[in-house]
Design a protein around this ligand. Structure first.
Ligand SMILES: Cc1cc2nc3c(=O)[nH]c(=O)nc-3n(C[C@H](O)[C@H](O)[C@H](O)COP(=O)(O)OP(=O)(O)OC[C@H]3O[C@@H](n4cnc5c(N)ncnc54)[C@H](O)[C@@H]3O)c2cc1C
Length: 216
């Protein structure tokens, strides 16, 4: 895997030691996430919106309605996509050193509108599987009309940065003598028990690929 680029906009200014040029770290952050934030410039002002995504090798796919203006403005401009994981609240002895444990990724580039059907289906599959692994093969497949109503953008991951903070607080030397609790409150994402659609036909059990995601 090629290392991540170091460009004027991906080079970390603050805490550069928290960055990584390892592309595998970028992919791990993306594969662990479920939503991204898509940043575009619209009519001269920034707009950042949450949306789903999927990854296939070194391409990130995002999709939406062909009527979604933020998405449809994408192919003609440079965009920015971020994915963030909140891993812990870092509680320090001093207010100044309170912090957050996190893994985050920032990707820049000009996306391409996917027009070829096979790639469009592969992109949509990646986006679906990111949220509900195993679901693409069991749900009804998209019709030609549904496919036409969905726009899929492909963003190459040529220019990206990652930043990771883990570990305990970093207090000032003299503050370690204080009788104030310090440490990390871990934050985890959990999947609850699936709730059936109230109008679900009787006798249809929760499929294994969904049941197995419940966090014990
Ligand atoms: C959940 C969360 C909460 C945070 N809260 C705070 C906070 O309250 N205060 C604070 O100062 N910082 C916070 N950060 C860190 C913040 O994201 C920036 O890293 C930091 O503010 C440095 O900003 P800067 O403008 O100096 O960027 P620079 O370091 O100058 O950014 C240069 C380039 O480095 C890359 N980069 C910067 N930050 C990140 C990142 N987090 N992930 C991936 N690439 C990055 C980008 O490509 C960016 O263009 C938080 C991060 C996360 C994930």
């Amino acid at each position: 895997m090629t290392p991540l680029s170091s460009t004027d906009r991906t080079r970390l200014g603050r805490y550069p030691e928290r960055s990584s040029s390892d592309r595998a770290v970028l992919y791990e952050i993306l594969d662990d996430g479920m939503i991204c934030h898509l940043g575009v410039i619209m009519n001269g002002s920034p707009r950042v919106l949450p949306t789903g995504y999927g990854r296939l090798d070194d391409t990130l796919y995002i999709h939406g309605s062909t009527g979604a203006s933020s998405l449809m403005s994408g192919p003609s401009q440079d965009i920015c996509v971020t994915v963030t994981h909140l891993d812990g609240i870092v509680v320090a002895r001093s207010l100044f050193h309170h912090s957050i444990n996190y893994r985050s990724a920032v990707i820049y580039g000009t996306p391409r509108l996917v027009t070829e059907t096979d790639e469009k289906l592969a992109g949509l599959r990646a986006i679906t599987e990111q949220l509900a692994p195993g679901q693409w093969d069991v749900a009804r497949q998209p019709t030609r009309k549904e496919l036409a109503a969905a726009a899929v953008l492909a963003l190459p991951m040529d220019e990206a940065s990652v930043k990771v903070r883990q570990g305990p607080p970093g207090d000032d030397d003299e503050d370690y003598e204080l009788d104030i609790w310090a440490g990390v409150v871990p934050v985890h994402q959990a999947f609850g028990t699936p709730t059936p659609d109230p109008v679900l036909r009787t006798g249809i059990p929760v499929p294994g690929h969904i049941a197995q995601r419940v966090t014990s």
